[in-house]
Design a protein around this ligand. Structure first.
Ligand code: ME8
Length: 534
């Protein structure tokens, strides 16, 4: 088989003006499930995430809290943003902060190169700016507020707050020069996904690209422009560069770090659709100017909606991830958001839907199946998975083996398309069919008569293969439950080292023991509907 390309996937780096909510956690678990799948398939995988710490928004928040911006970001990163990774069980390979020295060095080098190569000029910006978005706005991007404290005023359509009017001497990037190359790039299949996001970007760029102001001179919380220290680099230009600064761009040429950059770049970029424009327009234009490869793909996932609105802290619809994981656990969090929302579309969150899926699909579906199979092998065969190489299998057994193959192949191709929900749906066909198979085959009845010993062997071996395959296939999605099941099945080594593309061939040779506790314990409905009093 030809060697597969390294798989480098990055999440956006998040603003640390506030604590994370489940929208941020959703991006994290999506990227993490994809990374875990590739890692478990033996690909040279790298998952990057981190925090975006410069700019006016953070500066103002820090001032409002009476601390320096660095004190503020240190505190939030430590108390809220790195703990998020544990809350939802993210196996990231690196965590970049834009205040890291390695990042500042790389940004300085990059911007100096663009300046030296004639892509940057001095000018004056006069227009709107939304500090919430950290974005220069056109009049068309604003709406007139119809109610509330800003009624009658022009406000940012996303933040519903008035924008600033800026008049500043700034440096500009000649982004307009890249318009045709960008439009040609969008013709490449898969560069921007899904189609709805691609169409929006294409029509935006076709309207004509302006040059981009890439520095600010009215405050100093940022990375200095190297040839003019009275400016700091615009926070988005600074932030986008994290994807290459973290893997060694900017390190000494020939150094190990710099070689890592050459090997890993370009990345698959997973972002919310709110920031797809930055990633599909500004970012590739910057890379083209620096003669570097553009990202492999930019995928703009949908929004989590609460009460029909995009969830956000500023509108007080934010839900903290731990409010869910404290009651349901991190596996259920991961499973629910990846399964219930078609990746790429918006999706509504509700406690009722979460509880219902937890009960039906995780507790009664996967969890119960895992308990039944491990308990029966322990009870009827002293924990040895029967060897059925000489036993003739029945049609029903063959059908399960075919479903295992289908689930494995179906999940793998879905993952290649970043269709996380489809991957889980393919795997759940196996969960459901295997549960039905056990109910129909009634191993408990077969066990009562020695004459059925061979039949019982075939059923238990088939069920074990299915459950073993599930432990492997679900490990990227529900790593804790998979590890518990793997241990009960006597699986060799750690489940996250079992090749996910070869799950269908697992047969198992270790000692099976019953699960010590259910994979997904029953949760009282009352507690489930309003954890933490939310
Ligand atoms: O934009 N539904 O950071 P940010 C789904 N620092 N995803 C959501 C969401 C929701 N309701 N709300 C937030 C920034 N997200 C910049 C990025 S990258 C170089 C710089 C997720 O803290 C989603 O991934 O505002 C969205 O794109 C991101 O959080 C915005 O995070």
């Amino acid at each position: 088989m030809p060697a597969r390309d390294p798989f480098y996937i990055a999440t956006p780096i998040f603003y640390v003006n506030d604590v994370p909510h489940i929208g941020h956690a959703y991006t994290e678990v999506s990227a993490d499930a994809l990374a875990r799948w590739h890692r478990q398939g033996g690909d040279d995988t790298w998952l990057l995430t981190g925090t975006d710490e410069h700019g006016e928004k953070i500066l103002r928040t820090a001032r409002a809290n009476g601390v320096t911006p660095k004190e503020w970001t240190d505190k939030l990163v430590e108390s809220a943003w790195t703990p998020l990774l544990e809350t939802v069980d993210i196996a990231n390979d690196d965590f970049i902060r834009t205040t890291d020295e390695r990042h500042e060095v790389a940004v300085t080098r990059f911007i100096q190169k663009l300046y030296d190569d004639g892509h940057i000029y001095a000018g004056e910006y006069e227009g709107y700016y939304c500090v919430g978005c950290e974005e220069y706005k056109q009049k068309d991007d604003l709406v007139e507020a119809t109610e509330g404290e800003f009624a009658g005023q022009l406000v940012c359509a996303i933040h519903s707050r008035p924008v600033e009017i800026l008049k500043e001497k700034n440096y500009f990037f000649r982004m307009s020069a890249f318009q045709d190359r960008l439009l040609a790039l969008y013709e490449q299949a898969d560069f921007i996904q899904p189609e709805s996001v691609r169409n929006e970007i294409v029509s935006f760029v076709r309207q004509g690209l302006s040059d981009l102001s890439i520095s600010r001179s009215s405050f100093d919380w940022g990375i200095r422009v190297p040839w003019d220290e009275s400016h700091v680099i615009y926070v988005w230009v600074d932030a986008l560069l994290n994807y290459i600064s973290a893997i060694g761009y900017g390190a000494e040429p020939g150094s190990a770090e710099n070689e890592e950059f050459a090997r890993r770049w370009p990345a698959v970029q997973l972002v919310g659709k709110d920031i797809a424009r930055f990633h599909a327009v500004i970012w590739p234009a910057m890379l083209m100017a620096a003669d570097l490869p553009v990202p492999k793909r930019v995928f703009g996932h949908g929004w989590l909606l609460v009460g029909g609105e995009k969830m956000s802290k500023s509108k007080l619809t934010g839900i903290a991830p731990h409010q869910i994981t404290d009651t349901f656990g991190s596996d259920a969090f991961r499973y629910y958001f990846l399964r219930a929302i078609t990746f790429g579309q918006d999706g509504s969150f509700s406690w009722e839907d979460l509880s219902a899926r937890y009960q039906a699909e995780l507790a009664n579906g996967f969890g119960n199946l895992a308990s039944r199979v491990t308990a029966m092998i322990t009870r009827y065969r002293d924990g040895r998975i029967p060897d059925v190489s000489t036993v003739e299998l029945a049609e029903a057994d063959g059908a399960i083996l075919a479903t295992i193959e289908r689930a494995n192949a179906g999940a793998d191709t879905a993952i290649d398309r970043l269709a996380l929900g489809e991957a889980l749906a393919a795997i759940w066909e196996l969960v459901d069919e295997l549960n039905g198979y056990i109910t129909e085959q009634e191993p408990w009845a077969l066990s009562k008569d020695e004459a059925n010993a061979e039949r019982l062997d075939a059923v238990l071996a088939t069920a074990a293969r299915g459950v073993g395959a599930l432990a492997v296939l679900l490990s990227p999605f529900t790593p804790k439950a998979s590890a518990k099941l793997w241990a009960a099945l006597g699986g060799e080594g750690a489940v996250q080292d079992a090749d996910v593309r070869d799950a269908a061939n697992w047969r198992g040779s270790g000692q099976v023991t019953p699960l010590e506790s259910p994979l997904f314990p029953r949760i009282e409905v009352e507690a489930a509907s309003a954890p933490g009093g939310a």
